[in-house]
Write a protein that binds this ligand. Structure first.
Ligand code: MN
Length: 131
């Protein structure tokens, strides 16, 4: 089965890297450069997972995650935060906003796709237990 992943990321180099790695591994990738576009694309395409940058212009990743969780049709799509923050509390904050987990920048090409697959293979029970 082909899986579709939405990437919400305003940095073009990060977008390029993540898109490249995912497409090389057979995923279909949809890109959005800001939160509003990302929410629109999520509702339109119902991706299997959403990669969400935290530092976005205007609407940040916390607000985008909270908004995405309002839509029942997206409830099975894990939201994976992509963050360069290493500060204590950020992980808890993005999980509280609705993310299933997070991946730290810079993206590690050796482990990135495996991490995405791991989050996508968790069932909802696992996701809730992890939180
Ligand atoms: Mn950013």
């Amino acid at each position: 089965m082909t899986h579709t992943i939405l990437i919400i990321e305003d940095n073009q180099q990060n977008m390029y890297m993540m898109r490249f790695l995912l497409e090389k591994n057979g995923f279909i990738v949809i890109g959005a450069e800001n939160g509003l576009e990302g929410i629109d694309q999520a509702r339109r395409h119902k991706p299997h997972a959403i990669l969400l940058d935290i530092q976005l212009p205007e609407m940040d990743g916390y607000a985008v995650a909270a908004e995405l969780k309002k839509y029942g049709e997206l409830k099975d799509a894990p939201i994976i935060a992509v963050t360069s923050y290493a500060m204590v509390g950020d992980r808890e904050r993005i999980l509280a906003a609705g993310a299933t987990g997070y991946i730290e920048k810079p993206i590690d090409p050796e482990t990135f796709v495996a991490e995405i697959n791991r989050y996508m293979s968790m069932d909802r029970h696992d996701q809730e237990r992890q939180q």
